[in-house]
Design a protein around this ligand. Structure first.
Ligand code: ADP
Ligand code: MG
Length: 784
């Protein structure tokens, strides 16, 4: 029994067209098929002539043609050719009475799908032939459909697809590939070698090697040169296609233009590189942290500033690494608050804080924080600047301003003190002089003597005070010499030991062969003594006093921190004690006259004022370092001078005889002083010519008929100084000697307060004996 074709019931019936001029044959065919396809009987139509067949085919679609070979004058083969020529691909089965092989071959060539010989014995084969033909046709159609779809994909795919021969010659490429390669027409590409598209020969080599070893290349990224010369980045994959025997036939591959991606990556790389170079070159420490406060970026400036290497710092918590313990909690809290509220209080502001270096040292920094922009995880970048130097500069400036203010103050106080001392010296000369004169006249048992002696003693004490005031005001007449500080100290050592007592160790550390200085030795002794006395007072329980001398150099840095010092070589004299030390407040008033912390009667507050004045007048500096409980160190820096030390001239006038009969011209603008001096000189036998001013002195010089042996003159006078006067008179009286008297100097007479060396000078206030002795001394000087 014929089998049925399994088809769906809902499908429309199949339409067959039988083309046969023999009606009975057609009938037999119909009968045979009707019997075979009972489940889904095909709809059978019949055409007896070629024309009829053609017109039916024009009007309808058939699923199968059953064509008799003999069709009257024509044959089925030419009919089929006509049908196929019209583009009708309906499958066809030939029915033929002749088993002629040649005809069969011709028919197959013309596009017939199968053939069945005619005759009752062959007809039963027909249903199977029909089934096979229909099935084969269906298969072919499906294949064609798949191929059509694939082609569509191939044409429309955004990815380039290409085929090459085994030597790389291009065999095909889809439109996307053409476009990627900058090519309008496939023909321009055919025959070119695909491997020549690699812009870099190294990539070409790499391609060959990978293909060789793996038979495929997966996503190789390389620069390619398009047909128009443009260079692009491409991603290429390919597969080697082999035949059944494993022989390489061709390559099949895909091609993508990844230039935009590569350019974006390149731009990103460049921007990263730029960022890195900025981070590297920045002078500020730049540190980025994440939301947990951990360091994610740490530039070279940060490395230098904080002492940590980058790799060491990355991943560490910022607070733990560079924030002093006292501020850590605050930092963490601030960060947490920001994250919770996004409150931008800390952003964009200058924050002053303290940071800590790896070595534990803390230093001030200025900080600005920004939040790293973008949608990524929260990050903050801090720009940190070391403020130590600025702070130091500010401190130095403040110190030098303070110093300037204090030196202006000292200057003003000094002028006042100097002025007072000048007038006082004249008055004290009179008080003391007259006391002495009175005492000389009274008998030793005279009851009034006691009172006068009290006056004289008070005068002496007042004279001591004015001397100190003058020293402080730097208007003291210094008798400076080139001297060796070591000698001065050595000469004083015994006396100092007595002065400070047994409970205090005196240690001297004298620098070997230190440079000489120019100073008044007596004044220098005064300086050392005042400092030693203070040291003693600061060590009531005993201690140690070290006196040092040394050559030293003050450098720029020291001088900036210690205004108004100037850099250069100096000879240093230092007295360091282990006493009570001083509070900053005491230090700030230290050198002012009458500043004392000692109880009434114990201190005058003039000791350091005197030291200050003497040192200043000698072009030196005095600096003190002290802290409460840590002792004090006073350092004096004096400029070094050339030349050998000058020894003290032996005192002349040791004769004990202060009298004489020579003629003396006495010039003094202060009448009470002049009067006193005249009386003293006359009492000692001299002939005195008295002048209250320069004019009078000149006149006397011109008119006095006898020789004038000595001019005794005050240094500071109105109109002309004593020095000017002496110079003026020396032409009139070349033989006349000169003795200057003064309690006071200023720059007009003496340079830097130091009287010219070897010029006779009498310090006011003077006693009658001192005046008489000095006059005699000058008159007795050997003539040169
Ligand atoms: P006086 O010694 O008369 O008080 P000074 O001018 O010599 O005056 O000293 C002023 C003040 O400076 C002293 O009262 C004392 O407070 C302080 N002082 C000076 N030298 C020292 C020292 N070596 N140690 C501690 N304090 C000192
Ligand atoms: Mg003192």
């Amino acid at each position: 029994m014929p089998r049925s074709v399994p088809v769906q019931d809902t499908a429309p019936p199949l339409r067959f067209l039988i083309i046969d001029d023999n009606r009975s044959d057609a009938y037999l065919v119909r009968q045979c098929l009707d019997e075979a396809f009972t489940k889904r009987p095909p709809q059978l139509e019949h055409a007896a002539t070629i024309d009829e067949a053609m017109s039916r085919l024009d009007g309808s679609r058939y699923d199968l043609l059953l064509i008799d070979f003999r069709l009257g004058a024509d044959d089925g083969i030419s009919l089929l050719r006509r049908i196929r020529a019209r583009g009708i691909g309906t499958p066809a089965i030939f029915l033929t009475g002749y088993g002629n092989e040649e005809i069969v071959a011709q028919a197959l060539k013309a596009g017939v799908d199968d053939y069945v010989p005619k005759g009752a014995e062959n007809l039963p084969r027909l249903p199977d032939a029909v089934r096979h033909t229909l099935a084969r046709f269906e298969q072919r159609r499906a294949l064609e459909e798949a191929e059509r779809r694939y082609r569509m994909l191939y044409e429309a795919a955004p990815v380039g697809v290409f085929q090459t021969a085994k030597d790389g010659t291009v065999l095909g490429a889809n439109p996307a590939a053409l476009q990627i390669l900058g090519c309008q027409d496939l023909r321009a590409l055919l025959g070119l070698n695909s491997r020549d598209f690699y812009a870099d020969p190294k990539d070409r080599k790499r391609w060959m090697e990978v293909m060789e070893s793996e038979g495929a290349v997966q996503g190789m990224e390389a620069r390619c040169r398009r047909l128009d010369g443009q260079i692009i980045w491409a991603r290429v994959s390919a597969l080697a296609i082999r035949d059944g025997a494993g022989r390489l036939v061709s390559f099949e591959g895909t091609l993508e233009d990844i230039t935009p991606r590569m350019e974006a990556e390149e731009a990103l790389r460049r921007s990263e590189a730029r960022k890195t170079s900025i981070l590297d070159a920045a002078l500020d420490a730049i540190i980025t942290i994440d939301a947990a406060g951990r360091i994610t970026e740490f530039n070279p400036a940060a490395e230098r500033m904080l002492g940590y290497g980058r790799t060491e710092a990355l991943g560490r918590e910022l607070a733990e690494l560079i924030i002093p313990p006292a501020f850590r909690a605050g930092h963490r809290e601030g960060l947490a608050r920001y994250l919770a509220t996004s409150e931008p209080r800390i952003l964009g502001r200058r924050i002053e804080m303290t940071a800590i270096r790896r070595d534990g040292s803390e230093f001030p920094v200025e900080l600005a924080i920004t939040r790293v922009p973008g949608d990524g995880p929260v990050q903050f970048t801090g720009f940190m600047r070391d403020q130590s130097e600025r702070r130091q500069a500010e401190d130095a400036l403040r110190r030098s301003e303070e110093q300037l203010r204090s030196s202006q103050k000292m200057e003003a106080v000094g002028r006042l003190a100097g002025g007072v001392a000048h007038d006082f010296n004249n008055l004290l000369t009179v008080i003391q002089g007259h006391s002495e004169l009175l005492l000389a006249r009274l008998r030793s048992d005279d009851p009034i003597r006691k009172e006068i002696e009290q006056i004289r003693k008070a005068g002496e004490r007042a004279a001591g005070l004015t001397r100190q005031l003058l020293a402080f005001s730097r208007r003291q007449v210094l008798q400076a010499r080139v001297l060796d500080l070591n000698e001065v100290v050595a000469d004083m050592e015994k006396m100092l030991r007595r002065l400070i007592g047994e409970d205090i160790d005196l240690i001297t550390r004298l620098g070997p062969r230190i440079a000489h200085v120019k100073a008044d030795p007596g004044q220098l002794e005064q300086v050392i003594m005042n400092l030693a006395v203070n040291a003693r007072d600061a060590m009531p329980e005993g201690g140690r006093l070290i006196i040092e001398t040394a050559d030293t150099t003050l450098d720029e840095k020291f001088c900036r921190a210690h205004p108004p010092t100037h850099p250069g070589p100096y000879v240093m004299l230092a007295l360091t004690d282990t006493g009570s030390g001083m509070a900053p407040e005491t230090l700030s008033y230290l050198f002012e006259p009458f500043f004392t912390t000692k109880e009434k009667g114990k201190g005058t507050g003039l000791g350091l004022a005197t030291v200050y004045g003497i040192v200043k007048q000698s072009d030196g500096y005095v600096w003190v370092e002290s802290e409460p409980g840590k002792g004090s160190s006073f350092r004096i820096y004096l400029p070094p001078v050339e030349g050998p030390a000058q020894t003290v001239e032996p005192k002349t006038g040791g004769s004990g005889v202060d009298t004489g009969s020579e003629t003396i011209l006495l010039v003094e603008d202060e009448p009470v002083v002049r009067e006193l001096a005249r009386r003293i000189l006359e009492m000692n036998g001299y002939n005195v010519l008295e002048a209250g001013d320069v004019g009078e002195a000149r006149r006397l010089c011109g008119t006095h008929p006898e020789p004038i042996h000595l001019l005794v003159t005050d240094v500071v006078m109105p109109v002309m100084s004593g020095r000017g006067l002496a110079d003026a008179l020396s032409s009139l009286r070349p033989e006349m000697r000169v003795l200057y008297m003064s309690g006071y100097t200023d720059d007009a007479i003496v340079r830097h307060g130091i009287l010219l060396e070897g010029v006779p000078f009498l310090q006011k206030p003077f006693t009658p004996q001192r005046l008489a002795a000095k006059v005699r001394e000058v008159l007795d000087l050997p003539r040169d």
